[in-house]
Design a protein around this ligand. Structure first.
Ligand SMILES: C[S@@+](CC[C@H](N)C(=O)[O-])C[C@H]1O[C@@H](n2cnc3c(N)ncnc32)[C@H](O)[C@@H]1O
Length: 235
């Protein structure tokens, strides 16, 4: 799968995407990352891509021409690419959205900055994703989040595919939270690993994990329990 990012700060990539499973996928070519400097499309010798707001107001706005020129050029170069603006006003990015995006051959993620992006550039991009209900100062960290969560779903990127179906928001947890995890030592400062996990009884372990997953989800994320009750509610 191919990811392209359009940003005024190309040097921050790959950042954390360069390590761990996604870093290995980038190194092996299972996933491709291309980062493009928006200023290369400024069309002026000062490489300026922002301007003041019409109507007044604090903060500069990213101009429409550099974004439109850049995404038209990239759309012509990358067949079937889906273009998405990172924006606090977009659809909230969830695990279900990551599963939807991994079906795409290529994603072009556009990072806003300053006060945001000219409305005509937003229209040209068409699609928007938010990483949550808070405001970041730029789309780069949000783009990394989308890439990290999506790239690890590309077949072969995570070494043991079972771990993708046995984690939080997966089918085994019915879209809820993962049960507690333990490793050695069996006793740590007086706190013991639950005996069932050391019993070797696979059916009992599976039943304990299901029950713990349900309990953790009810206690920590009751909103997910409500979603699970609605057919297709986690989508
Ligand atoms: C300071 S923010 C602009 C916020 C905008 N003035 C507003 O009130 O909606 C600058 C850029 O950061 C990115 N950004 C901020 N919060 C985000 C979020 N929750 N999800 C995705 N991108 C975000 C967007 O690309 C945005 O254009």
């Amino acid at each position: 799968m191919r990811f392209d990012v359009l940003t005024i700060f190309p040097s921050v990539f790959p950042g954390p995407l360069g390590v761990g499973v996604v870093g290995r996928a980038l190194a092996s070519g299972a996933v491709h990352l291309h980062v493009h400097d928006l200023r290369e499309h400024s069309g002026n010798r000062h490489r300026q891509v922002d301007d003041m707001q019409f109507g007044g107001g604090a903060g500069m706005v990213l101009k429409p021409e550099p974004i439109a020129h850049a995404i038209r050029a990239l759309r012509a170069e990358i067949p079937g690419v889906r273009t998405i603006l990172l924006s606090p006003q977009g659809r909230v990015f969830t695990q279900d959205v990551a599963r939807e995006l991994v079906g795409e051959p290529a994603l072009l993620l556009v990072c806003g900055r300053y006060q945001g992006v000219d409305e005509r550039a937003r229209e040209e991009i068409g699609d928007e994703l938010s990483v949550g209900d808070y405001v970041l100062s730029g789309g780069e960290v949000a783009a990394m989040t989308v890439i990290e969560a999506t790239a690890r779903l590309v077949p072969g990127v995570v070494g043991s595919p079972e771990s993708l179906v046995e984690e939080t928001f997966s089918s085994t947890t019915a879209g809820g939270l993962e049960p507690p995890l333990y490793t050695r030592p069996a006793a740590f400062e007086g706190r013991e690993v639950p005996a069932v996990l050391r019993s070797g009884d696979h059916a009992a372990i599976a039943a304990w994990r299901r029950q713990q997953s349900d309990e953790q989800t009810r206690r920590r994320r009751p909103d997910l329990v409500r979603l699970r009750a609605i057919p297709g509610g986690n989508e």
